[in-house]
Design a binder for this molecule. Structure first.
Ligand code: SAM
Length: 327
């Protein structure tokens, strides 16, 4: 078991398959990085992902989420999903939804039951404005495809004040006749995304707004859940709020991350990374590195985001951009 100094056990690994993406979401893509930045990345091969995953599984991991960048743009994504499906663990995926129709069979064969799809607006032109691409129709079709095939679908919606907070009620209304979970995510700061405090639409603001229109119940939350879950009475689906910025949930954190270039992060906001891939390539034992990385985990928010100075000037935050970490 991978335990840190605060007695938190870690059994959930998020692996970034690539830092490339077919979309250009404003909140995720760094705007200031030099050309060629992504293509130079020395990424883990499918075989190396399998080897590293098997070590984490031996150490107690029972859930792996594939992410990116956009995980489904990686050419050997199907091969990687198939390889990981041989382990007795839960496999999930976070995707922008554009290529899901090409992966449905593989998801089913791999025993994937739940898929998180990002969608920040229910308005086609606003969606294009946020993502930089016009893929709205195919994403909606693919969400329906997943539901028709019995997948559990969670919609990830990053709420940005003045951009899409006006759509929160519409998203909740979507859950009336559709059995999915809409997850409203507070906008978070990363390298190059020009985040500002004033752009946050907070958990309390969201709940207040939703309560003005709907009667809802609070659902049970597991201690590891990042999303506080709610259900409008009589509706088929649910909604949830991920309040990293205003109500962090670090106490129950069980998550670890592996970037596409094989660096382990013990927190989304950690300043430090441990180079697992280079050690593997030198044929060293990576177990002590993984254990030390978890032991060194800060009590909350990577030891960075609880510092108001850094929130006032996010250029001082030492971290990668979200697309380069793997969300
Ligand atoms: N390409 C995939 C997708 O679009 O879901 C996976 C990668 S994306 C980085 C994973 C998740 O991170 C998405 O749900 C996205 O909305 C979220 N995300 C990215 N940047 C964010 C930010 N600045 N604040 C909050 N959530 C963010």
């Amino acid at each position: 078991m991978l335990t840190d100094q605060f007695n938190r056990n870690h059994n959930y690994l998020r692996i970034s398959l690539t830092d490339k993406c077919n979309l250009r979401c404003t909140y995720c893509n760094p705007v200031d990085l030099p050309k060629g930045y992504f293509s130079n990345c020395n990424k883990m091969t499918a075989d190396e992902i399998d080897q590293i995953a098997s070590v984490f599984i031996r150490l107690g991991v029972n859930k792996i989420r594939l992410t990116g960048g956009e995980p489904l743009v990686r050419k050997d994504a199907k091969d990687i999903i198939r390889r990981l499906s041989k382990y007795s663990i839960e496999i999930t995926i976070t995707t922008n939804g554009v290529f899901i129709h090409e992966f449905l069979d593989v998801f089913q064969q791999a025993g994937i039951k739940s898929v998180n799809v990002s969608l920040d607006s229910l308005n086609r032109s606003k969606n294009k404005l946020i993502t930089g691409r016009d893929e709205f129709d195919i994403v909606l079709q693919n969400i329906q495809l997943l539901l028709d095939h019995g997948f559990q679908v969670k919609i990830n919606t990053v709420v940005m004040k003045g951009i899409n907070d006006s759509e929160i009620l519409e998203f909740v209304e979507w859950t009336k006749n559709t059995a999915l979970q809409v997850r409203f995510i507070e906008f978070m700061p990363f390298k190059g995304n020009h985040w500002m405090d004033k752009d946050i639409f907070s958990h309390d603001e969201m709940l207040h707004l939703i309560a003005s229109q709907f009667e809802f119940d609070t659902l049970f939350n597991d201690k590891h859940d990042t999303a506080r879950k709610y259900k409008v009475r009589g509706y088929q689906g649910t909604f949830a709020i991920i309040s990293t910025m205003t109500k962090p949930f670090c106490n129950g954190c069980n998550r670890m991350r592996l970037t596409t270039d094989g660096k382990m992060k013990n927190c989304l906001f950690s300043q430090t990374e441990v180079d697992i891939l280079s050690a593997l390539r030198r044929q060293e034992d990576i177990v002590p590195l993984i254990k030390q990385c978890i032991w060194d985990k800060h009590e909350s928010l990577g030891g960075q985001l609880n510092n108001q100075d850094l929130l006032d000037d996010t250029s001082k935050i030492q971290n990668r951009s979200m697309i380069h970490i793997g969300g």
